[in-house]
Design a protein around this ligand. Sequence first.
Ligand SMILES: [Zn+2]
Length: 85
Amino acid sequence: MNSPYEYRDLIRQILETVEQRTFHLLSGTCPLEEILTSKQWPGDYIVHVIGCTTCSHRFQFSVETYHGGGGAWEVITSPSSSKAQ
Ligand SMILES: [Zn+2]
């Protein structure tokens, strides 16, 4: 993740998978749409947790907008582990 463009591109891809119901948004510091529509970043640190709709796969995506990038995908629940909640 090196530029805001890359980050927005990724957010767009996440939104598409949510619309296709491949993934669903579990939590986030702001709506995904806001990142694409607003001219300023909705926060210095943006975090979204996305869950797979067919298994317990969960990903966390975070980016530090203040430092200009540094976004990271991280698997927080693997499909082999039991479903939380
Ligand atoms: Zn899955």
